[in-house]
Design a protein around this ligand. Structure first.
Ligand SMILES: Nc1ncnc2c1ncn2[C@@H]1O[C@H](COP(=O)(O)OP(=O)(O)O)[C@@H](O)[C@H]1O
Ligand SMILES: [Mg+2]
Length: 314
């Protein structure tokens, strides 16, 4: 077994990151397949807005998990996170509460405010993070391993750095809830319905649940025995430079880097010069984690080629 398979097999959640087009989805998928072949139940979660998980497996994949591969014991399920769905669900829950708590003449202003929140900077990212945390929580319950196929590196690191902020944000929401609950009680004593406070309690539970979810994610990310980051790169100067950058940001965030995959290496027999340049770049690369070398595999799509890549990784 390769270092990469051992290191990922010892953990519960793996984040696969790197520049766009280097092979994150291919590596995440075949890593999942390699573990599933050994009897693990694995969930692959694509968080990249440019999803290509379904394309690679030649199956329709969406916001709910579908089975991509099934063996006697192991299996691979896949999800492509749809942030728009999360934003919609969240905004309609908030809209419902606002409509209940606000007098009729303010409903329109409240709706306008929510509509502008839909496109506000950060809303989309917050929704992705919310789904990542939700999927991680549910995934840890039902799977042996959750593999996140993430968006290009900078974006992912930003998300990884956000749980703290999100927890803070949830706390603020909770504080606001406390206040509006008081209003609701006052309103209730003026003849409002009891139904309102029941639903408020429900909303409060939802917020607490969400807070717990982000705490779990933060704890999970910082736990080197439970979580690891795998950088995928190709052996070219720019992606290698970006990988160094990612590695140092991970170190700052306290997220353990457990492996580097050098993907799509040129065949030494057909392209000796090119390959020796690639080898030289990799020789000089020390990110503090073992490098797994993967050759160029032609026509990487569908199960047979994923099997080949899984063998190369294993
Ligand atoms: N080892 C490989 N050999 C040949 N083609 C590869 C290899 N790994 C990935 N590819 C191809 O490179 C392209 C990008 O891979 P993908 O996994 O989608 O990257 P990312 O998810 O990082 O954007 C795809 O067309 C894929 O088939
Ligand atoms: Mg991809």
């Amino acid at each position: 077994m390769s270092d990469l398979l051992i290191a990922t097999g010892e953990r519960r959640a793996i984040f696969v990151g790197g520049k766009g087009g280097v092979g994150k989805t291919s590596v995440a998928s075949s890593l999942a397949l390699a573990h599933a072949r050994r009897g693990s139940r694995v969930l692959v979660v694509s968080t990249d807005p440019a999803h290509n998980l379904g394309h690679l497996w030649e199956t329709r994949v969406g916001d709910d998990a579908v089975t991509l591969w099934e063996g006697d014991e192991g299996r691979v399920d896949g999800v492509e996170i749809d942030p728009a769905r999360t934003v919609d669900a969240h905004l309609s829950a908030v809209a419902e509460t606002m409509t209940r708590l606000l007098p009729e003449n303010l409903h329109r202003a409240a709706r306008d405010h929510l509509e502008s929140a839909r496109d506000a900077p950060g809303t989309h990212e917050a929704a992705v993070l919310e789904r990542v945390a939700e999927t991680l929580e549910a995934g840890l319950d039902s799977y042996d391993l959750v593999v996140f196929d993430t968006a290009p590196s900078g974006h992912t690191l930003h998300l990884l750095a956000m749980p703290e902020q999100m927890t803070g944000w949830t706390e603020k929401l909770l504080a606001n809830r406390d206040r509006s609950e008081r209003y609701a009680v006052a309103y209730g004593s003026l003849g409002g319905t009891k139904d309102t406070s029941d639903r408020d309690a429900e909303l409060r539970r939802m917020l607490l649940r969400r807070k717990a979810r982000f705490s779990l994610m933060r704890d999970s990310l910082a736990d080197p025995h439970r979580t690891g980051f795998v950088i995928v790169t190709v052996a070219e100067p720019m992606p290698i430079a970006e990988s160094r950058e990612v590695a140092s940001q991970l170190a700052e965030l306290g997220v353990p880097l457990i492996g580097v995959v050098a993907n799509r290496l040129s065949p030494a027999d057909l392209m000796p010069l090119r390959r020796s340049r690639e080898d030289a770049l990799l020789e000089a690369l020390d990110l503090g984690a073992p490098i797994t070398r993967i050759p160029l595999i032609d026509e990487l799509i569908g199960l047979p080629s994923l099997e080949r890549l899984a063998s190369a990784l294993a």
